[in-house]
Design a protein around this ligand. Structure first.
Ligand code: MEV
Length: 319
């Protein structure tokens, strides 16, 4: 079944920050993540071209071509075309506010938006189960052994408590918590970092196992801290988890320098890597009265600097 009219289907999904638990979540710890106020959109319409096309800002590539372009979108769209035994051609257009390789969930956002847009294009109502199932190959193509936290956050919006075997639940907030996000301007390769962490686990299984348990406990305390608006506790948990991320080898001197700059720009309860590390982005929990000033100081040197809270919308499909 296909849509007979030529009006594009448009779906959009947010990027994400990981507040506590990245990398350890791959090894089954709990993690806390949240959607951010930057999104990616995917539009799908029937194509008059001889082959299906993916495009972004004037760059076009055939859906079936393996040219390392639009890897996440192509993985998801090819799976959809196969699942629906589609004979027709489609045009898939990407729009994104998320810098790629920044650790802010750009590939998850486009995977979730593509999955939803393709499902709706083929006449199937998008829901949590079918979107996450169809978006998974996009995440796997870019991140290898991904836990699924990025696509779950992008789908759900808001803040979630996630575990790769147990699934996820929303974290209800009464008062907003604002985070500062700064992209270090250094792209990173998540798949390589995940492999690096696995080799640390193989070399130090007992210490690593203790850290997985500790991070899960930090997340339980983190949920309480968010719900009680206990920013000093949440910031301390972020700082402790940064120490663990440093120990597993995903921090580096440019991240440490950025953390120092954030701390000296204004009072912060906590600062840490968000996502895979090795470059990518850093999040901070700034003092409530100083957040704007800290953000504007950092933005002079780091173009992608912004504030976001825990109330951001997840997957959205335009009527
Ligand atoms: C990447 O945003 C988070 C990692 O924990 C990988 C994953 O969980 O899929 C590094």
């Amino acid at each position: 079944m296909t849509r007979s009219d030529a009006r594009p289907i448009r779906a959009s999904a947010p990027g994400k920050i990981i507040i506590l638990g990245e990398h350890f979540v791959v090894h089954d710890s709990l993690a806390i993540s949240a959607a951010i106020n930057k999104r990616a959109s995917v539009l799908v319409w029937p194509s008059a071209d001889e082959k299906s096309i993916v495009s972004y800002k004037g760059t076009r590539s055939y859906l079936t071509k393996d040219d390392h372009k639009f890897v996440a979108v192509k993985s998801v769209a090819r799976k959809a075309m196969k699942d629906f035994e589609a004979n027709e051609r489609v045009h898939i257009e990407i729009e994104s506010e998320l810098p790629p390789g920044s650790g802010l969930g750009s590939s998850a956002a486009v995977s979730v938006a593509t999955a939803a847009a393709m499902l709706e294009f083929f006449g199937v109502k998008a829901n949590q189960e079918n979107v996450l199932k169809l978006a998974s190959p996009g995440e796997a193509a870019v991140h290898g052994n991904a836990s699924g936290i990025d696509i779950a956050t992008s789908y759900s919006g808001g803040a979630i408590l996630f575990n790769r075997t147990k699934g996820f639940e929303p974290i209800q907030t009464t008062k907003q918590v604002q985070f500062l996000v700064v992209f270090s301007n250094t792209e990173r390769n998540t798949s390589e970092l995940i492999q690096k962490v696995s080799s640390v686990r193989d070399s130090y299984p007992s210490t690593f196992g203790t850290l997985v348990q500790s991070i899960s406990r930090f997340c339980e305390l983190g949920v309480e801290a968010i719900q009680k608006h206990d920013l000093p506790l949440l910031g301390s948990l972020m700082n402790l988890s940064q120490t663990a991320l440093d120990w597993i080898g995903v921090s580096n001197s440019s991240i440490e320098k950025l953390i120092e700059k954030i701390n000296s720009a204004g009072p912060c309860y906590g600062v840490k890597i968000t996502g895979a590390g090795g470059g990518g982005s850093v999040i901070a929990l700034p003092g409530e009265s100083s957040s704007q000033k800290t953000a504007s100081t950092l933005s002079q040197e780091y173009r992608h600097t912004f504030l976001t809270d825990l109330s951001q919308e997840g997957l959205k499909i335009d009527d």
